[in-house]
Design a protein. Structure first.
Length: 521
């Protein structure tokens, strides 16, 4: 029996999901019944444990009905990033081996084209309206029993795709053990994660981010497993988030640094008019948070600010406000009391405070429980070193064992044989009062191979020019080794980022490396 089923038996009228600021409410009883009816449909369509579906929805009412249908029939559930282009969406639908595609009618034209190019699909269903050549999910469920038991219910899994900032998205896949849905081992992990942030069954948790990302779907589904209520916003709007926290008495929520920037950009009178006193845990992750930005948020929201570091693949660390104030810039210590490993370029582990290395975590002792990148054994193999795995970050630990991230391995610039990790330069440049955002990348240099370039978004009202370029380069050189500083600066209206705030540097690099064979992927 799934945990949703168990909670539905005890508290059928308790809200499981609140969409928007109360515009649509789904109780645990309704979620249990709707997911069970869809589960019957999946079985009728011939899907067997280990098969999967792709879901092309935004933060829509039916999202978790489909999620829990898979998680009680032993299937893989792959949500598709609806911001992607047609070829990217088609790649994911095909690569994940989905047998069924569920698409919202708002994406009708693109969904139809994608489905026509996905030969492995055995069925396609339209949600929230009609799509040509798709069967309406509502019609398909007409003869699906409302109360008929499913029989054996097996735990399913999400199969998420990386953001694709350094190449094609990679599907992160874990083996599906044949265990009952809601198995104690699954629930124990969820309860343990929630307890790190002080979250329990009486919480009201808010997510303002797209559900196809790991943290939003992971935390929101975990709320349902433990019997808490989740508030799902359709899209992010800074003032609307504050209003919803106040109106729904939200106790916990998750954000990214970009959200913090937008909160702090609101006029002071707008920020002050909403009662946020219910909020006990304001969790943030996904991208580096500049120190001044986090200082301002702690000054406003106090001890509720909590940060963790991890990835779709696993990990990670955690740090709370008071710890962070004495270790500014840190992402904390291992969240389960384990070890964060730092390895040199030869794979040798070291533990010298302040020395940078590749960050690794302990992989599950059971090899079958470890993740793999779907259909990419080379990428999978490169991620593991013995019993350790990495999610691709570089960093160091201080004398107290707190971890600091300095960059992504894939962002490394090699200039004249010297390895340069640009996040340090970005963190410094963004402190300049005339800079709003910045990305530092390697661009071609005939002599050095690559040279350091900064792409800068200026603060409102600031005019770009050669004098300002020289000013910013000199600002860098006052504090950083000259080889780490940009040789040139381009000014832009924005730098490309994913919805979680991660820089999509590949898009920037493509502009400068066009027509060349770059070692950067």
């Amino acid at each position: 029996m799934t945990t949703v089923s168990a909670i539905a038996q005890k508290s059928p009228d308790k809200p499981a999901l609140i969409y928007g600021n109360g515009e649509f409410v789904e109780t645990f009883g309704e979620l249990e019944q709707r997911s069970r009816r869809i589960a019957h449909l999946l079985r009728k369509a011939g899907l067997q444990p280990g098969d999967g579906i792709a879901v092309y929805l935004a933060n829509d009412d039916q999202f978790f009905d489909l999620y829990w249908a898979c998680h009680r029939t032993g299937l893989y559930f792959t949500p598709v990033n609806w911001h992607l282009q047609e070829d990217e969406i088609q790649y994911i639908v095909d690569n994940c081996d989905a047998k069924l595609l569920f698409a919202h009618a708002r994406f009708a034209e693109l969904a139809d084209r994608v489905a026509s190019r996905a030969p492995k699909l055995e069925g396609r269903y339209a949600v929230g309206g009609q799509i040509a050549k798709f069967q309406s999910l509502e019609d398909a469920l007409a003869d699906s029993p409302e109360d008929a038991p499913l029989g054996e219910e097996l735990e399913g899994s999400v199969m998420l795709y990386s953001s694709g900032t350094t190449g094609k998205p990679k599907g992160v896949r874990r083996a599906l053990p044949r265990i009952p849905a809601g198995h104690p081992s699954v629930l124990a992990g969820v309860v343990g994660l929630a307890s790190l942030f002080g979250i329990g069954q009486n919480d009201v948790y808010l997510t303002p981010a797209p559900l196809y990302h790991a943290a939003p779907i992971g935390f929101t589904s975990s709320m349902q497993r433990i019997g808490a209520t989740a508030v799902v916003l359709r899209r992010f709007d800074a003032e609307e988030v504050l209003r919803t926290i106040a109106d729904q008495r939200v106790t916990s929520a998750q954000f990214v640094p970009t959200h913090f920037r937008r909160f702090l950009s609101l006029p002071e009178d707008v920020r002050a008019k909403y009662d946020l006193s219910s909020l006990r845990a304001a969790i943030h992750a996904a991208a580096p948070c500049p120190i001044p930005l986090k200082e301002q948020m702690i000054a406003w929201w106090g001890d509720s600010i909590m940060e963790y570091y991890g990835g779709t693949e696993g990990g990670g660390t955690i740090i709370k406000s008071q710890e962070w104030l004495t270790h500014k810039g840190s992402v904390g210590k291992h969240w389960a009391g384990g070890v964060v490993h730092t390895l040199d370029e030869d794979g040798n582990e070291f533990d010298e405070p302040g020395r940078e290395g590749a960050i690794y975590f302990d992989a599950p002792a059971d090899v079958a429980a470890r993740f793999s990148y779907h259909k990419d054994p080379a990428k999978t193999q490169s991620t593991y070193r013995g019993s350790l795995f990495t999610i691709g970050d570089i960093g160091y630990k201080d004398a107290d064992g707190y971890l600091y991230l300095t960059d992504r391995q894939s962002n490394m610039i090699i200039s004249g044989g010297v390895n340069i990790y640009p996040q340090e330069t970005e963190n410094h440049l963004v402190m300049h009062p005339k800079v709003q955002d910045v990305a530092v990348i390697g661009v071609p240099n005939e002599d050095l191979g690559e040279e350091v370039k900064a792409v800068v978004v200026l603060a409102p009202g600031i005019t770009p020019g050669a004098a300002l370029e020289r000013e910013l380069i000199e600002f860098c050189r006052q504090s950083l080794a000259h080889y780490k500083c940009p040789r040139t600066i381009d000014f832009a209206s924005d730098v490309p980022r994913t919805e979680t705030g991660k820089m999509a540097k590949r898009r920037l690099r493509d502009k400068y490396w066009a027509g060349r064979e770059s070692r950067i992927v």
